[in-house]
Design a protein around this ligand. Structure first.
Ligand SMILES: CC(C)(COP(=O)(O)OP(=O)(O)OC[C@H]1O[C@@H](n2cnc3c(N)ncnc32)[C@H](O)[C@@H]1OP(=O)(O)O)[C@@H](O)C(=O)NCCC(=O)NCCS
Length: 227
């Protein structure tokens, strides 16, 4: 599968009550930028992708609107409530995301320019060093976030159901990372049937963003291929 193909098509938008789940488009960049910042947690997002300032959303908006990167609309499903984007999940086979690394670097170049890129690279390196290995046949969820005022209404659960519908025919399990300090998300995934696997600590990330490290969570998929 090509790294630039849409891999998470919802094809026909699916309605969950008043909630509409649909494929993201480049024009969704404004709400998507804010939600991608939430997904990473604002402090970590600003420290790494905001280059130490509060502007991570602005960079995510730029990254989101071009296809083929780890942040693009073409691996993203949105949840809409009465026409307002209230949640986002990005997801794809881990192998496809690995193929996107080079195009993501070009995306960073486009979004940050040369000076910004030079500041960004050591920060991304710190983030990657705090990223436990993912089994190559897993489906992966880089980002899941719901707007703060819409949390606790089942939006994240509805988004995850969409992910599983795509992933089940292709992968034995689904993986994602959670910052060690994000207790809310860790409990959420625990209740959603995920098992906590390995974690990696990072001194550099701690100094940059107050985040001790990241943990990989994994959930077996019901009708996935045998592991
Ligand atoms: C973690 C996060 C995605 C959860 O989103 P959410 O939309 O509030 O989650 P949900 O509403 O689906 O689930 C939360 C609770 O609401 C309950 N709920 C309320 N209405 C519901 C409904 N109609 N259907 C299903 N669950 C519902 C669920 O029971 C759930 O409780 P549970 O966790 O015990 O199952 C959200 O807090 C968030 O965006 N956090 C910041 C970003 C982040 O940490 N992302 C994850 C790290 S990558």
């Amino acid at each position: 599968m090509s790294g630039s193909q849409r891999v998470a098509s919802v094809s026909a938008a699916q309605a969950h009550g008043r909630l509409l789940l649909r494929d993201a488009r480049p024009a969704d960049r404004l709400p998507a930028g804010a939600l991608l910042r939430e997904a990473l947690t604002p402090r970590l997002a600003d420290a790494v992708f905001g280059l130490g300032g509060a502007g991570a959303s602005r960079y995510f908006e730029r990254l989101f609107q071009h296809p083929g990167t780890l942040w693009s609309y073409d691996i993203t499903t949105l949840a809409e409530l009465d026409g307002e984007v209230v949640g986002l999940v990005s997801h794809a086979p881990w192998a496809v995301l690995a193929q996107r690394r080079r195009s993501t670097l070009w995306g960073y170049w486009r979004a940050y320019g040369l000076r910004g890129l030079l500041k960004l690279i050591p920060r991304i390196r710190a983030l990657m060093r705090a990223s436990p290995a993912v089994p190559p046949d897993h489906w992966f969820i880089p980002c899941l976030a719901v707007a703060p005022e819409h949390r606790g209404n089942g939006v994240a659960h509805a988004l995850l159901q969409t992910v599983y519908r795509h992933a089940e025919a292709h992968a034995p399990a689904c993986s994602l990372y959670v910052p060690t300090s994000n207790a809310t998300a860790r409990e959420f995934y625990d209740r959603a049937g995920y098992v906590e696997r390995e974690g990696v600590d990072s001194e550099v990330l701690h100094r940059l963003a107050g985040v001790r490290g990241r943990v990989r969570f994994e959930r077996t998929l019901a009708t996935g291929k045998p592991a």
